[in-house]
Design a protein around this ligand. Sequence first.
Ligand SMILES: Cc1cc2nc3c(=O)[nH]c(=O)nc-3n(C[C@H](O)[C@H](O)[C@H](O)COP(=O)(O)OP(=O)(O)OC[C@H]3O[C@@H](n4cnc5c(N)ncnc54)[C@H](O)[C@@H]3O)c2cc1C
Length: 457
Amino acid sequence: MTTGASADSYDLVVVGTGSGGSAPASRCRAAGWRVAVVDDQPYGGTCALRGCDPKKVLVGAAGIVAWQEQMREHGVAGGATIDWPALMRFKRTFTDPVPPAKEAAFAKLGIDTLHGVARFVAEDRLVVGDRELAIRHAVIASGALPRPLGIPGEDLLTTSTQFLELAALPRRIAFVGAGYVSLEFAHIARRAGAEIVVLGRGKPLPHFDEEVVASLVAHSRAIGIDLRIDTEVTAVERIDSSGAFRVLAGSGQCTDAIEADLVVHGAGRVPNTARLDAERGHVRLDQQGAIDVNDFLQSPTNPRVYAAGDVALPPGSIPLTPVAGHEGQVVASNLLHGNHKRPDYRGIPSVVFTDPPLASVGLTERAAREAGHNARVESGDTTGWYSNRRVREPVGMFKTVIDADSDLVIGAHLLGVHAEEVINVFALAVRFGIPAKELQRMIYAYPTSGSDIPYML
Ligand SMILES: Cc1cc2nc3c(=O)[nH]c(=O)nc-3n(C[C@H](O)[C@H](O)[C@H](O)COP(=O)(O)OP(=O)(O)OC[C@H]3O[C@@H](n4cnc5c(N)ncnc54)[C@H](O)[C@@H]3O)c2cc1C
């Protein structure tokens, strides 16, 4: 299947070794293609090294502190505290082994592993360092990076990657943006004893159900997070000699100066395409800088190029690990067998790993009505339900959206203990069209948070 005799000719070059790039590389290699992968960071991608996995190790420890506080005087005595350096050492037992293991796994399959920034020099050529690679196909799975904010002092911000590497946790932390990364980190750092301010330009978590979000916002404030909404950060300054920062933020005419020892960028991520020289590869980008793709995740302007993961934003896609993995599988199939597979974005659950977590799948109530559904909405406060009361969880809420004509579950929005697991059952229902009546007839293990599901319908 090799297109040329030169050592630098490949059937496939994959840019990015994270969740989106892995399946195309390994499946095409298994089919006998000559394949190379390229990454300018250690192998493994954001999720395993700088995102989901290290984050959830910290979330787990923070959850113990929260639970201990909730149970104080209810059978649990003593205090749990976070030992940040020890927690970081534990976190590294997950992240450190990934790059060598990932690279060795590619090499074992016979995939060439390259290090450096890949960029197009022609529609069938990429350059990595001083190597020119002639390509029959390329898969761009180069992920995302923090959104440029265009404010003075932007370079003083700590990225999410740096936050997950902090040797010590500063006393006062300001988060710019009130998206899921800011809220998750804010909950972790608050449980570790830091003073937290979260500065959100608009409403927090705009893609989630607003009532459930309001409940999480109230709870976040109740545990001591100073969560401000409709607050725009306009500049970050270093305060002379102290090493601390001043964050200028406000709404309307009113500007506050907030002092912090660390200012974290949590204001969203954008597709990582700036260094690709996409134009020279005739790979069109959309207005957000994402790789423009057709229904088969292929560049319409350079059909030898496909994209998967956070770098492309086709309708329905969400920048999440399982979606990147699914898109990688679709791309692999289309490369190997021709354009037959389209990504299936039905029923993708998303979770905000705060304590308790907020989890969501499908349509919000508002979106369901706007889409013309005859929506039946069930909702309620679950704080008094056994699952929450058993662990003295101070907040809990659910909202389910059911199409009244078909009885299909079209949305579920949960806040509370194990919401991140229970949402998977709703995701199954949304993706595979399981009616609400069937979810109610299901026999759930008891007592589990899943056994609450019939009461949510
Ligand atoms: C803090 C944080 C927490 C997250 N938590 C979750 C979560 O809980 N659940 C979830 O589902 N998702 C989560 N995500 C999102 C998830 O990490 C991403 O959706 C997923 O990792 C995207 O995978 P990808 O393959 O598209 O890109 P990545 O895994 O980012 O891989 C892209 C790789 O390409 C490299 N690269 C970029 N440009 C070039 C170039 N020109 N040449 C060579 N290499 C290049 C990059 O350095 C990177 O290593 C989180 C993200 C962050 C930042």
